[in-house]
Design a binder for this molecule. Structure first.
Ligand SMILES: [Fe+2]
Length: 194
């Protein structure tokens, strides 16, 4: 039976036993195997957003709710991540960096990315991402998607890059811009006066 404090304790114990994502992935996979229990504890998603369930220098656990049709530009984490879906669907595109060497002189090492693969995650699915992965996320369905994202580090205190959604050029990750995407999704979901 999923219970968030138990889940957080299990993730911390898993990380203490194995600094890689392996043991944490097992904890997340076990949790999303019972999505109804997660929905009972976390609540049926009502709004797009990002909720911190746990945050330390070694471990960050987020409850992420994606708005209908919401997408987020390619970005890196610079730490491993484990994603588990408890309601809805999340499509991940994986990207590879290209042109870093040729462009280094002109653009101070700013890279571009090109699509390298994809993975659809349905309710109950769990995926681990290595520390160098660049991914973008799309919620392809017309309702909210709820996912637990666990990161092997300080998600909020780490400098990282994102890639412009139009040009696919690297730029510093802007947290305010990302948070605005969630607010835009909520404005579409709950129009003022609607
Ligand atoms: Fe991500």
């Amino acid at each position: 039976m999923f219970e968030r404090d138990r889940f957080i304790a299990d993730c911390r114990a898993a990380l203490a036993a194995d600094r890689s994502h392996r043991a944490v992935r097992e904890v997340v996979a076990r949790a999303v195997a019972e999505p109804a229990a997660m929905l009972r504890d976390l609540g049926e998603p009502r709004r797009a957003g990002l909720t911190r369930l746990y945050h330390s220098p070694e471990l960050t656990i987020l409850n992420l709710v994606w708005g209908p049709g919401m997408s987020i530009m390619p970005h890196e984490h610079r730490m491993w991540a484990v994603i588990g879906i408890y309601t809805g669907r999340e499509d991940n595109i994986f990207w590879r960096r290209v042109g870093e060497e040729e462009e280094a002189a002109a653009t101070v090492g700013r890279s571009r990315v090109e699509a390298a693969g994809a993975r659809s995650l349905c309710t109950g699915d769990c995926a681990a991402l290595g520390r160098d992965i660049v991914h973008s996320v799309l919620n392809p369905i017309p309702r909210l998607t709820g996912a637990i994202h666990v990161y092997g580090g300080d998600f909020f205190g780490t400098t990282r890059s994102e890639w412009d959604p139009e040009t696919l050029r690297e730029q510093p990750c802007d947290t305010a811009r990302v948070m605005q995407l969630f607010e835009d999704a909520n404005s579409a979901l709950h129009p003022p006066g609607g």
